[in-house]
Design a protein around this ligand. Structure first.
Ligand code: HEM
Length: 353
């Protein structure tokens, strides 16, 4: 895959409509991005109010929830632009009606879109976006790129679990895992080389924390598959606080993926500990490459963040703060990778790292 963000227009894509809430879903797909572009919040709220469905139940699917949250998130964005106060926002009839509908479909989900809603549940054949034209296309591909990476991470989780449950021939499985992680890295590289910063900055505000509800917006930081891979590679050797962080942010991670990651954390098996066993000495080289790949992914991610929101022309306080945090993560995982190498150096003197 070499082209993810090549210039195209959102309007040029062929859709297969997937509209669980009828006219409301039609509005989300066909009208919402243009209303956001106009910046006329009042017209948007007037248009959407009569379409907000009532009497929904938990039988509605995840796309229905995505549609409701797209509008709620858009309303939050519009309100910020107009300087609306918290009470005014939370008491507005449109916002109240939307919040009620979201609660009917799901009793505990955040009101704003989560990573699960916008990335995982966003239908490929009838995508939801906040922006129009070329930027809208980049936005759609931004979600698609994350899904591609999720697919690679999922494959690596599968092979790591097989190895850790005692598969008789671990080396080919570990090689496959390494390939999957390389695939994730290659897809991430396209966010650095192809994505236009101006496009990213145009849709990024829709991922902001909602100041009215205090809810956090979607971020790759809420992919549970990424920490799941870390857990399977390093287990109890991970920097402290990994489980606490996952639990504290449970609402923002995809539920099933989070549960799977926490189960693996509780189970405790890891490549790192497996490699302590002299009988597994032959796995050493490929485990070292897997560890290097995790560091490589984080370094590439940091470079991507610096390009789009960090220092330089688009530098922001937020970018600098995030860069500091992400640099500390790179250092921590570099340290773990070295510990893994040292483990062999100690256990098997004479072997080069
Ligand atoms: C333009 C592209 C991207 C930007 C600007 C970006 C930005 C950020 C930022 C600012 C953070 C810090 C936490 C936060 O404030 O939310 C973060 C964390 C994270 N992002 Fe991204 N991200 C991008 C793409 C991706 C992609 C494609 C993935 C893959 C799923 C990803 C996965 C992660 C992970 C796993 C973390 C947690 C950090 C860690 O575990 O070391 N990001 N990202």
């Amino acid at each position: 895959m070499t082209m993810l963000f090549h210039a195209s227009s959102l309007e040029a894509i062929t859709r297969i409509p997937d509209r669980p809430l009828g006219a409301f879903s039609d509005y989300v797909v066909e009208t919402l991005p243009a209303r956001l572009e106009d910046g006329d919040g009042e017209a948007m709220r007037r248009g959407i109010y009569p379409l907000i469905p009532e009497g929904l139940t938990q039988n509605f699917n995840k796309i229905a929830l995505l549609d409701l949250k797209m509008v709620f998130t858009a309303c939050g964005r519009m309100a910020v632009r107009c300087g609306t106060g918290k009470e005014e926002f939370l008491n507005h009839p449109v916002h109240r009606k939307l919040m009620e509908a979201i609660r009917q479909v799901s009793p505990s989900t955040p009101y704003i879109i989560t990573y699960d809603d916008i990335v995982i549940n966003n239908p490929e054949s009838d995508p939801r976006v906040f922006t129009t034209g070329r930027v809208g296309y980049s936005e759609k591909q931004f979600y698609r790129g994350h899904r591609i990476i999720e697919g690679h991470l999922d494959a690596s989780i599968g092979t790591l679990k097989e190895v850790l449950s005692g598969a008789p021939s671990p080396i080919p499985l570990l090689e496959t895992c390494h390939e999957s992680l390389r695939g994730a890295q290659k897809a991430l590289a396209l966010f650095l080389t192809e994505l236009r910063t101006e496009d990213f900055l145009a849709f990024k505000p829709f991922f902001d924390t909602n100041g009215y509800t205090g809810e956090k917006g979607p971020s790759g930081a809420f992919s549970a598959k990424a920490p799941h891979v870390d857990i399977l590679v390093y287990g109890r050797n991970l920097p402290p606080g990994c489980g606490e962080y996952l639990n504290a942010n449970a609402d923002y991670f995809p539920e099933g993926d989070l549960k799977a990651a926490l189960n693996s954390l509780a189970d405790g098996a890891s490549l790192f500990d497996m490699c302590r066993n002299p009988a597994m000495q032959d796995c050493r080289a490929v485990c070292g490459r897997i560890a290097a790949c995790l560091v490589g992914f984080r370094k590439l991610h940091l470079k991507t963040v610096l390009r789009h929101i960090g220092q330089g022309a688009h530098g922001s306080a937020e970018g600098k703060f995030a860069a500091g945090f992400l640099e500390s993560r790179v250092r921590a995982f570099e340290g773990l990778r070295k510990d893994l190498d040292n483990l062999f150096a100690v256990r098997h003197p004479g072997l080069s790292p």
